[in-house]
Each structure stands twice: as structure tokens, then as C-alpha cells.
Design a protein around this ligand. Sequence first.
Ligand SMILES: [Fe+2]
Ligand SMILES: [Fe+2]
Length: 310
Amino acid sequence: MSETITLAHVSDVHLSPMPGVALRHLNVKRGLGYLNWRRHRRHAHHRAALDLVVADMLAHKPDHIAVTGDLINLGLPVEYEAATAWLNEVGTPQDVTVVPGNHDIYTSLRGDPGIARWAAYMRADAWGAKYVPPPPAQFPFVRRLGPVVLIGVNSAVETPPFIAAGEVGARQRAALAALLPQLAAEGLIRVVLIHHPPLPGQAPPRRALRDAEALAHILAAHGAELVLHGHNHCDSHMDFARLPETGGGNIPVIGVASGSIARVHKNEPLGRYNLLRIGRVDGRVHIECATRGLETGGRSVGQIERKLVT
Ligand SMILES: [Fe+2]
Ligand SMILES: [Fe+2]
């Protein structure tokens, strides 16, 4: 693999159509979520829109694809199965990396494996096996792509109805604080994948990462070359400034909109994804980001923006 890789980033595909909810799977959160889907989101997320976006993404032959959560909606067994089939269409576990979103860890179903069905997409590769946390922990995991290392973080936790908050938790934060300097010492370009926006203030409290401040502290202290996230269903790019005493420089934090919006919903744009070129030029980290997505009318995919990130 060359010193530059192409990483496609897609998120929040919220696969549709939504099946009915069996009575045995019904609880307050799932019932309210189902009503919300029927009234609002089912008019926004369409499989046909997602299929166009994914076809364009695959046509660009990225070296790897990152999927940052919210593959499904209500955490139903049939949804997990549909998402497994969709992932298999997108690529093999060697070519696709997944981290879960809040809708993927919605509310537990006794005895159901849930996101464990996607485990092959959410684990360290052979190179990263030496960084695997002790069982039963699975996150953060690492995967190597030439000069790049992907660091998969889980921010999804079960929450009460109307709450879409997330949490990385003390164990993962401690693991990250140990991992990030180790990976930097190996000269790798560290790309963190997480569903929730990682910095304080990037989402309102009921949708935010509860320990964003603590996570930002770790990122400031140990650095990363890029953070990719979803959850907000809109594009964003923030440069998180590290203090001089923690190394200086910026960490680009890039959020991608939903991959499956077929009709503009609130402030959420039509389905899109990012195509990132990540590598080194003259020894310096070089990252470009092209946003591609559905054009007006929703029948074709084109380039929306292209920019130099760092
Ligand atoms: Fe989402
Ligand atoms: Fe989300």
C-alpha cells in the first residue's frame, strides 16, 4: 500500500424500511421511537438514497470504509440482521470498520446478540492484536492501513427515552491515554473513529457525549491526527487546538452527515459521505477531504465540497 490511503467515511445510515415491532420487543423507549420513526424519520431516510451513495462510494474504490454508527433505528433483531446483510454488501470485515451508535445499542433484548453480530467489523486486525484490551472489553480496537492506524471507540450506551447521549467511559479513556502515545511512537497517522461528536459543546446535552470534556483532555494531552464522527446528521469540521504544553498544533475533528437522507429533514442535508486522502507529503501529515452526496432532486451523486484539511 502506498504512503497515502483513501478512506471513505459514511455514517448514520438508519437502515429502512423499518419493520413492525413485535409485542415482545415493545417497551416505552422502543414504542416512542417507533412513533417518532413513523411520523418523521421514515420520510427522510430511504434505502434507495443510501444505495446511490454507497454505489458512488464503491465506484471510487477506497482502500477502506469507516462506518461510524447508527446503522439501525430501534435495536430490533431483524434490524441487526438487515444491517449485517448491508455491511456484507458494502465490503468484507477486512475492508470495512464499524463503531456503534446510540441507535445500535438502543435498549437491550434479553438473550439477543445485538451488535455482536457485527463483531468481525469491530475488532482489531492481526497487526492490532497486540493492542487488544482484555476480554470482555472490545473497544478501543486498532487496525492498520499502511501509514494510518484506525482507533475504534465505542460511545454508545443505553439511555432513557428521548435521550441520545453517549459515553466513552473511564476504562476506554484510560486505554486511549495509553494507546495514543504508543501509536505515535510507531510513527503512525492516528485516526479516531467515534459515533458521538467528541468535543464539549458539539451537541445539546441530551444528545451529547457525557464525558466529552475528559475525552478532549486526553486528545489534547496525547494527540491524534484526525477524529471522524457522525450522530449530528450534518457536516462539520472543527480544528481542536492543543495547548503548547501538550504538544501544540490542531486535531481536525470531522463529522459527516447521514448517508441515507432522501428528503431534506430539519437542517440535515441529503445523503452524503466523505472521501479522505490521508498520508504524508515530504514527511508531513497531509489530509484532503472530498464530500460527495446526492444532488438536488436526489437522483445522482456528485462532489459537494473538496478541501485540504491539513
Ligand atoms: Fe443518527
Ligand atoms: Fe446517533
